[in-house]
Design a protein around this ligand. Structure first.
Ligand SMILES: [Zn+2]
Length: 256
């Protein structure tokens, strides 16, 4: 099983990280501010089956400059285990960064992902219309990407799938009130579906209130398999194949 989106550096208990690294096949750890991008790269060096995606979260772009985008580029070029750019995008939920600043740095990171031919990891909250508008402006995306912790509606999902993106669901899809999200889940083409934990946030319902960790992804897998009426082994196989098709820089052990 692969967790396509976790913030390992933010997990307080080192044992939780170790346990998750042992239980999962691969984890993509996300670094999304000036310090975390280095921590993500370090974690990918420390653990064989951890890979990194680096970018600047819309809340953090208020502190960055042009040259920080150059830093991303350099880190990605120098480290084989950087497999994606982001998370980056738009977040109008809290008034932390002015919209125009968010949009400008989203566009710069889109261009960087395209230049490096790496998947783009998109964060979109309360900004779905603008997110789609900007993504459409720069389509197509030969290296594809993920709309992570999907929180949009069916038209947004369809627009993103049309552009070649994968749709990823986190633990919040298991919450009793998330009917709207599950309506979207039902319609996502299976070959574009991904699962993630977004650890240490958004613990699935069975662990709600506790800090999340990648090994909790199995609760989300079970729930989604049940909801879609698919065998959980089968769903695990489908989502893992999707993740490896997207993150094709992940080097899998050769079986003889
Ligand atoms: Zn995240």
């Amino acid at each position: 099983m692969i967790d396509t989106h976790a913030h390992l550096d933010m997990i307080k208990n080192e044992e939780d990280v170790k346990e998750s690294v042992e239980k999962l096949d691969y984890i993509i750890t996300i670094g999304c501010d000036k310090e975390e991008i280095y921590k993500a790269v370090e974690l990918s060096k420390k653990y064989d089956n951890v890979y990194a995606s680096i970018g600047f979260h819309p809340y953090d772009v208020k502190d960055i400059k042009e040259e920080d985008i150059e830093t991303l580029k350099k880190l990605a070029l120098e480290n084989e285990k950087v497999v994606g750019i982001g998370e980056c995008g738009l977040d109008y939920y809290r008034d932390i960064t002015p919209k125009d600043v968010q949009q400008r740095f989203f566009e710069k990171q889109i261009n960087l992902a395209k230049e490096l031919n790496l998947p783009l990891i998109v964060h979109s909250r309360s900004a779905n219309e603008d997110t789609v508008k900007i993504l459409e402006k720069y389509a197509p995306y030969p290296a594809s990407g993920i709309i992570h912790c999907f929180g949009g509606d069916i038209p947004m999902m369809e627009a993103c799938v049309d552009m070649g993106f994968y749709i990823s669901f986190a633990g919040n899809v298991t919450y009793p009130k998330a009917d709207n999200l599950r309506e979207v889940l039902k319609r996502v083409p299976l070959d574009r579906l991904l699962l993630e934990t977004d650890s240490p946030f958004l613990s699935p319902q069975k662990k709600r209130g506790k800090p999340n960790k990648p090994s909790h992804i199995f609760y989300t897998l079970d729930f989604v398999a049940d909801f879609l009426g698919i065998d959980k082994e089968e769903l695990e196989k489908i989502t893992d194949e999707n993740a490896l098709r997207l993150f094709n820089k992940i080097k899998q052990p050769q079986h003889s």
